[in-house]
Ligand binder design. Structure first.
Ligand code: PGA
Length: 255
């Protein structure tokens, strides 16, 4: 019922030329793949060139962050108005934004509202750190992030949100969660809380990705889980062959 959605988060990698080259290689592998939404999220300077390189492609485009104000004296920030028309998606609240740059739940909520105000589809990231995981606090913490992020969001807006559950200890470490554990957390702390906040119907419509050391070798493990609708892929999205394998194998696991 939910269409799978696999997105690549390129983080602070790829110059504009390298970004265009990667997108051309991805188009050769993934253009025309049906039954799955695919998107790439390059750094800001490459967005316009990648948009151009994606003309006529089925691959979508996302930004990795944005500020919530439309314009003003906010040196170094990018506004939703600037992304509108350029991108389809915007990643909000990635753990690196939260932990390296100090973004709070309140900021994440403002950014989510701003995305909807400007027609951008948010990919909202949540996830616990290793201490929280070990202390058994994952469900409470992730559930709290979901409640805070969706404050004041309507059911219609919630439906077009993608949530990425990304345990921080699994990001960039090569040590992923297990498919079963991720499925359980997503079912309880993400979809379960969304059902409380909105309704079962809305919660069932929202696409939820797993992120954290997703690679070709484990794509099927995650994508074959009932609650997992896709993946947010960091490191492995920088190689066309790996990202294409994740999409194709992951999609096959859903069919
Ligand atoms: P990773 O990153 O795939 O390199 O672990 C995932 C993410 O941070 O979105």
């Amino acid at each position: 019922m939910r269409k799978p959605f696999i997105a690549g988060n390129w983080k602070m990698h790829k110059t504009t030329d390298a970004a265009v080259a990667l997108v051309e290689a991805l188009r050769a592998e993934l253009d025309g793949v049906e039954g799955c939404d695919v998107a790439v999220c390059p750094p800001f300077p490459a967005l316009a060139a990648v948009r151009e390189a994606l003309t006529g492609s089925t691959i979508g485009l996302g930004a990795q962050n944005m500020y919530w104000e439309e314009k003003g004296a906010f040196t170094g920030e990018v506004s939703p108005v600037m992304l509108k028309g350029l991108c389809d998606y915007v990643i909000i609240g990635h753990s690196e934004r939260r932990n390296v740059f100090g973004e709070s739940d309140a900021w994440v909520n403002k950014k989510l509202h701003a995305a909807f105000a400007h027609g951008l589809k948010p990919i909202l990231c949540v996830g616990e750190n290793l201490e929280q995981n070990k202390a058994g606090e994952t469900v409470e913490f992730v559930g709290g992030q979901i409640r805070a992020a969706f404050e004041g969001i309507t059911a219609e807006q919630a439906r077009i949100t993608t949530v990425a559950y990304e345990p921080i200890w699994a990001i960039g470490t090569g040590v992923p969660a297990t498919g079963e554990d991720a499925n359980e957390i997503i079912g309880t702390a993400v979809r379960g809380v969304l059902a409380e906040l909105f309704s079962d119907d809305v919660a069932q419509a929202i696409r939820i990705q797993y992120g954290g050391s997703v690679k070709p070798a484990n794509a099927v493990e995650f994508m074959s889980q009932a609650e997992i609708d896709g993946a947010l892929v960091g490191g492995a999205s920088l190689k066309a062959a790996d990202f294409a394998a994740i999409v194709k194998d992951g999609l096959a696991a859903k069919e």
